[in-house]
Ligand binder design. Structure first.
Ligand code: GLU
Length: 507
């Protein structure tokens, strides 16, 4: 039997996809693949005034970079298309007419000015947030208050009008959310939302519910900001008589800013210096380009790994996951209710961890070393092996490995200040002769020579190693010096020790 699990990612093309949107797509994707179901892209473009050119393409490119592939969508074939709401316009009219016919919705002819007046009057009467609802609609110009003939006349004259849901008085709307448990709302707090606009387009609510139904969506997994809309959606399913096929809802927790005191926004990224978009966004109107995680050097797998933890946990201590592992492990039951705080530090840590998992050859292919470094491929791969654990981004490989190609020109002044002195120089001179007389300049043997020397001279590691490291690398920190020396070779090691002594003097 065909699997019935069908989920959708339903962005509106109103601008670049924020990382919160990518997380929603990711959770839908993981859930679909785990359940062997379908992952669908639906473009919700009914609000033409907010349409931004290039946004749909951006959404596709971003998710492609993240490795999230759809089974159905406007760019693919599928039995349930079209997958762009602007191409399904006629459909919504049919459905809204059904609601009118069953008395669940009504025509409203109020002008902007009349709506404003209503709000002002209600405010004056002490109503804090005035709404078009079961009380106020009684005084407005709609098919519930006007005589039938007048309504018919207005409709046949094509007078501007909208269609509103008729929210009943004092009823409880309840549904079970897979993340929040039972959620209930009293209809007294809900307004008569517009379902169909005067421009002949449905609003988000109508189009969203009709499409979820027609596309046989089994689970609606979306951000918490849509929770207040859910009772209206449930009421629409009931009004259409579709409650038996109603999808299950899962409202994802917020992603909080690094300070943890509000929803993560683009402003936080600008203020604290981290990207908010997955890939480069080129604003065609303003010509402003905004770099994303990709351009900052992040690996898509690290970005995904970071994102999945903003709301989900595996229930054990494992932190590094591949997409395949996530597909196996992901469950909605392990998504929490409370918001998760974003951290740029942690994001970089994920990148570092995933970079380490790359083969030396993969890193080689992504790194451009200077042509002046005349070294064999074999040597370059060994360099990568040595430094990769110290790198967060591909570009760090170059920074971290410079001294493995050319002798240092300058020496870290803090290191020299602290660690370079007469004793250092005398140790280096003694060590040098031990190295020269060694038959086998491999890391294990170098280590033996070094440790024997420490024992013989009755000195500690910290009295000799920093000086040796400074003389050879110019730095205070780096990978194992025994490996570094083996790679550089005896001749180079000796010449660097000599050069350092010459340059830095006797301390
Ligand atoms: N079009 C809505 C959005 O932009 C979709 C919300 C939903 O998933 O129902 O996020």
């Amino acid at each position: 039997m065909k699997n019935q699990i069908r989920v959708r990612f339903a962005p509106s093309p109103t601008g670049p996809l924020h990382m919160g949107g990518v997380r929603t797509a990711l959770y839908n994707y993981l859930f679909a693949l785990k359940m062997k179901g379908q992952f669908i892209l639906r473009i919700e473009d009914t609000d033409q005034s907010r349409y931004i050119e290039g946004a749909e393409e951006y959404i596709l490119n971003s998710l492609d970079w993240c490795g999230l592939k759809f089974h159905e969508g406007p760019h693919l074939k599928g039995e349930y298309g079209p997958y762009r709401q602007s191409e399904r316009k006629e459909l919504y009219k049919l459905y809204v007419d059904k609601l009118i016919a069953s008395g669940k919705a009504y025509y409203a002819f109020d002008s902007e000015q009349e709506l404003d007046e209503m709000r002002v009057n209600l405010k004056k009467a002490g109503v804090q947030s005035p709404q078009y609802n079961h009380i106020s609609r009684q005084t407005m110009k709609n098919s519930l208050t006007l005589p039938v003939e007048e309504v018919d006349k207005k409709l046949s004259n094509n007078e501007p009008h909208v269609i509103r849901i008729k929210m009943p008085r004092n009823q409880t709307i309840k549904f079970q959310d897979k993340i929040r448990g039972w959620v209930s709302f009293n209809t007294n707090h809900l307004d008569d939302k517009v379902l169909y606009k005067s421009d002949g387009m449905p609003t988000y609510h109508l189009a969203n519910v009709v499409d979820d139904h027609l596309m046989k969506i089994s689970h609606v997994i979306r951000g918490e900001e849509w929770l207040p809309s859910a009772p209206l959606h449930v009421f629409l399913y009931q009004s259409f008589g579709w409650e038996k096929q109603m999808p299950q809802f899962a409202h994802l927790p917020l992603i909080l800013n690094p300070e943890g005191d509000g929803k993560l926004s683009k402003r936080d990224g600008d203020r604290l210096g981290f990207p908010i978009f997955p890939i480069l966004w080129k604003n065609k109107k303003t010509n402003v380009n905004i770099e994303g995680y990709k351009e900052k050097g992040f690996l898509p797998e690290a970005f995904i790994n970071m994102l999945v933890f903003l709301g989900w946990n595996p229930g054990n201590a494992q932190e590094i996951f591949s997409m395949d592992e996530l597909i196996k492990e992901f469950t909605l039951e392990r998504v929490g209710k409370s918001g998760s705080r974003y951290s740029y530090q942690k994001t970089k840590w994920f990148n570092q961890q995933h970079l380490r998992l790359k083969s030396n050859q993969e890193i080689r292919d992504k790194t451009t070393f200077s042509k002046d470094f005349k070294k064999s491929e074999e040597y370059i791969l060994k360099v990568i092996e040595l430094v990769k654990e110290r790198c967060t981004f591909f570009e760090d490989v170059i920074k971290e490995s410079n001294y493995l190609f050319t002798a240092p020109d300058d020496y870290n002044s803090v290191a020299v200040e602290k660690k370079w002195n007469k004793e250092t120089v005398s140790h280096l001179i003694s060590l040098k002769s031990k190295f020269i007389s060694s038959k086998d300049f491999t890391k294990n043997n170098i280590e033996v020579i070094f440790k024997d020397y420490l024992e013989l001279s009755q000195v500690g590691f910290g009295q000799v190693m920093p000086g040796l490291r400074i003389s050879i690398t110019g730095k205070m920190q780096g990978p194992s010096m025994f490996s570094v020396m083996e790679l550089l070779g005896l001749h180079e090691v000796i010449s660097r020790i000599d050069k350092a002594i010459e340059t830095l003097g006797n301390g």
